[in-house]
Design a protein around this ligand. Structure first.
Ligand code: SF4
Ligand code: SF4
Ligand code: SF4
Length: 327
């Protein structure tokens, strides 16, 4: 891993003063962002967010090269019940998660101290400590890095959406007409590729901040080792009489929210539905014996998928097309 920080990240890292817990909310812990053996987490201080969407547009710009570029017309699927998901005409949608929008701002009007207040909440993949999307992907298309970042490899994913089914927040979103299924079984397998926040894994690998953190004018997010972030979240919650979400949900995540009102209240106030995740309870989905058994059974398919991926890349190279993948 390259041990390098961008100037901006370095400045923020300097401000973080080695991520000491005594410091107030700081954007980055420079020492821990480059340590790929520690789970990397973010603290999101909801009370600081002004809903400006700078982070949303920075995410779009930074990840534009990874967005789908599907072939049309789409192959007719057998069985026909496999739904086509086409976001190509809605690439500017920012009020929900889509294959072209991996981060959006959720709105809530809640009561605090007898007054109505408006809160805005950045929402994206939670980067679970033990991510079911990774552990239960039948094709080994999703992986988790040692630093806790989870990512779906668009060169291997068949778009079967198991990751979405098992995700407590239904985060990944599908685009039809793109990916490996077109080269293998276009009418029978999958239906595209699933997309979600990959925590700007290349930038992080180079010691740089994720685009959304770098762009935020209010320093809403702090990034650092999970241990430091958890301590910092508890300190902030204690100082502000705040509430924590993400530390225990789904067995623990690497996205820790601190809110000035209880999350039960926030969850009732936010709009939920397709592409709009909840803020409610999330049981540890990998804790049951059944899920673990399934995970063990499907493990061999990862090798099959890897081989298929090589075939796919080979074919693409022969066609003279550039691959989006950097692995
Ligand atoms: S850029 Fe920062 S303040 Fe603006 S919406 Fe995103 S998290 Fe909130
Ligand atoms: S929030 Fe969902 S998509 Fe993100 S790591 Fe957890 S299970 Fe996977
Ligand atoms: S970490 Fe990167 S991919 Fe994830 S929401 Fe932020 S900018 Fe987007």
């Amino acid at each position: 891993m390259t041990k390098k920080l961008s100037r901006r990240a370095f400045l923020k890292g300097g401000m973080a003063a080695a991520c000491t817990i005594a410091a107030s909310s700081a954007p980055v812990c420079a020492s821990s962002i480059t340590d790929d053996n520690k789970q990397l987490a973010t603290l999101i201080d909801i009370s600081k967010c002004i809903g400006c969407e700078e982070c949303v547009f920075a995410c779009m710009d930074s990840n534009a090269d990874k967005f789908p570029n599907p072939q049309k017309p789409f192959p007719k699927m057998i069985p026909k019940r496999v739904p086509v998901m086409d976001w190509t005409g809605k690439q500017d949608v920012t009020d929900r998660l889509t294959p072209y929008n991996w981060l959006y701002i959720q709105h809530a009007t809640v009561e605090k101290g007898g007054k109505e207040i408006d809160l805005t909440i950045p929402r994206r993949c939670m980067h679970c400590v033990n991510p079911p999307c990774v552990k239960l992907c039948p094709w080994g298309a999703a992986r988790q890095y040692r630093n806790g970042i989870s990512r779906i490899n668009s060169g291997i994913c068949l778009g079967g959406a198991k990751c979405k089914t098992v995700c407590p927040w239904k985060i990944p979103e599908r685009q039809t007409g793109v990916g490996l299924y077109l080269d293998i079984l276009p009418e029978l397998a999958g239906n595209g590729v699933m997309y979600k926040c990959d925590r700007c894994y290349e930038k992080v690998a180079h010691g740089e901040l994720p685009a959304c953190i770098e762009a935020c004018p209010e320093d809403v997010q702090t990034i650092g080792s999970r241990d430091d972030i958890i301590k910092q979240a508890h300190k902030l919650a204690k100082e502000t009489n705040g509430y924590i979400y993400g530390e225990k949900e789904n067995g623990g995540t690497n996205t820790i929210y601190v809110s000035p009102v209880p999350f039960e209240q926030l969850d009732k106030a936010v709009e939920k539905g397709k592409g709009k995740p909840h803020l409610g309870p999330a049981k540890d989905s990998m804790a049951t014996a059944n899920n673990l058994a399934v995970a063990m059974l499907i493990a061999p398919f990862a090798g099959v998928a890897a081989a298929a991926s090589k075939f796919y890349k080979h074919t693409k190279n022969e066609k003279g097309e550039a691959s989006n993948e950097s692995e």
